[in-house]
Design a protein around this ligand. Structure first.
Ligand SMILES: Nc1nc2c(c(=O)[nH]1)N[C@H]1C(S)=C(S)[C@@H](COP(=O)(O)OP(=O)(O)OC[C@H]3O[C@@H](n4cnc5c(N)ncnc54)[C@H](O)[C@@H]3O)O[C@H]1N2
Ligand code: MOO
Length: 402
């Protein structure tokens, strides 16, 4: 990760912070709830007053006031008294429990001045005490963690209007290849629709960054170099697809030469995605992915996603690696070089299992539908049904009932 750096810290409005990563741990400026409150519709009482109450020998209490949510109690509750209180209502001084309507008689009319409690309550029953949810000074946002709906709810409840987060990195995307047409264009002859660009837009967003799509006069070295020059001034990193292998029109190596980019990685010993390249141009990282759609997907998950998460400020930016058991129906396989097999991991009987489809070619994307993991088959190893193997999980895992 030395090759990429964290984006700068900025203050953003609470509602704009969703999906961003916390740059500075935030502490609760006040307690939640702000006051002792009722969790049920019922009567605030002194718990000792209801000791021994039952349906056969109910205990009578005098109703002294009515406390809807949002209203301050006006009276102090004494022994033998009750205050009609609604869920969320502020507990009157002197009360230490709430007896719900269902455990009283004559309660539901709302006008009774005396109620009969038919069940004892314990101290604090149906009460949420001040600070019980979030105590004053407790950490509410932790550095390096992603902000989601729950964090935004807590910030709102505490009135925190803005938070320090890392700016979401902007990632340039450039698909190369003169055979490509836009996904909405009807391809003619041997043309193909560009599926890498929309795929990368989604992957970049999933990784917590902002995609910016570029286009260049295709298979024109100077034009591609110019677009990269321009993009390097507007983005934090650039992803290209295609043209990284040894074909007659595979221009990316020549583009890096023209740009005098510092080439750090020119090939990786794995499939799919062997021709992956990583370079630095004017301090901007350039990820050169294979044009083969599955190869590009694998390159992205293994190398680009962790780098983006790092730039975005994630504390745990590395891929999630664990082990899973290969499910029924897998045809025994060996690998001359490290191989990543796409598959679907599920949790069953308390263990992770992976189903691996037969279609594993670098140019095929169909078998990625519904997949959530890549199984690593190390070079010169053999894999069959029932074996356990290392898996990189990149999507949500379904849990089957036990
Ligand atoms: N003689 C050799 N040929 C190849 C080698 C090799 O070592 N020697 N490597 C193979 C491997 S492995 C891969 S992977 C591919 C990599 O090719 P490139 O990354 O240079 O990609 P392209 O040639 O530009 O395209 C490959 C394939 O993908 C299609 N493509 C390209 N861009 C898109 C896009 N945006 N959306 C959808 N599909 C795209 C393109 O039409 C090609 O079919 O090279 C092997 N060859
Ligand atoms: O490395 Mo390439 O991605 O196998 O086909």
């Amino acid at each position: 990760m030395q090759a990429v750096s964290r984006a700068e810290v900025q203050l953003v409005k609470r509602e704009m912070a969703r999906g961003s990563i916390v740059a500075k741990t935030e502490y609760a400026p006040s307690a939640l709830p702000r006051f002792d409150r009722s969790m049920m519709d019922g009567f605030a009482i002194r718990y000792e007053d209801a000791a021994g109450a039952s349906a056969h020998s109910p205990i009578a209490l005098q109703v002294i006031e009515h406390i809807p949510a949002g209203h301050d109690p006006r009276k102090v509750l004494a022994a033998g008294e009750a205050a009609r209180i609604m869920t969320g209502g502020k507990l009157p001084e002197g009360a230490d429990a709430v007896c719900r309507f269902e455990h009283t008689v004559e309660a539901l009319t709302g006008v009774a001045t005396t109620i009969h409690v038919t069940r004892p309550v314990t101290f604090g029953e149906n009460i949420s005490w001040e600070g019980e949810d979030v105590s004053l000074g407790a950490p509410i946002l932790c550095k390096g963690k992603r902000i989601g709906a729950a964090e935004i709810a807590v910030l709102s409840a505490l009135g925190v209007a803005a938070v320090s987060v890392y700016r979401k990195p902007v990632i340039g995307i450039l698909a190369t290849g003169s055979e490509l047409v836009h996904a909405d264009t009807l391809p003619e002859g041997a043309q193909i629709r560009d599926s890498n660009t929309p795929m990368l837009v989604s992957l970049v967003e999933e990784a917590g960054a902002v995609p910016r799509v570029y286009s260049a006069e295709q298979d024109d070295l100077a034009a591609i170099a110019n677009v990269i020059r321009q993009a390097s001034m507007e983005t934090d990193a650039i992803i290209t697809t295609g043209g990284v292998s040894v074909g007659d029109f595979d221009l990316m190596p020549a583009v890096y030469e023209v740009l005098q980019a510092e080439q750090r990685i020119t090939k990786v010993r794995m499939r799919p995605g062997a021709p992956f390249r990583f370079s630095i141009y004017e301090e901007t990282p350039l990820f050169g992915l294979s044009g083969n759609v599955a190869a590009g997907f694998v390159n992205f998950q293994l190398f680009v996603a962790p780098a983006i998460r790092y730039m975005a400020g994630h504390e745990r930016y590395a891929n999630q690696v664990t082990v899973a058991t290969v499910s029924e129906g897998f045809v025994r396989r060996t690998a001359p070089a490290d191989r990543y097999l796409r598959g679907t991991v599920i949790m069953k009987d308390g263990r992770l299992h992976i189903h691996i489809p037969a279609a594993q070619s670098s140019g095929m994307i169909g078998s990625f539908i519904g997949a959530n993991a890549l199984l690593r088959l190390p070079a010169h190893s053999c894999l069959e049904t029932g074996d356990t193997a290392e898996v990189v999980i990149y999507g949500p895992v379904e849990y089957l009932p036990l």
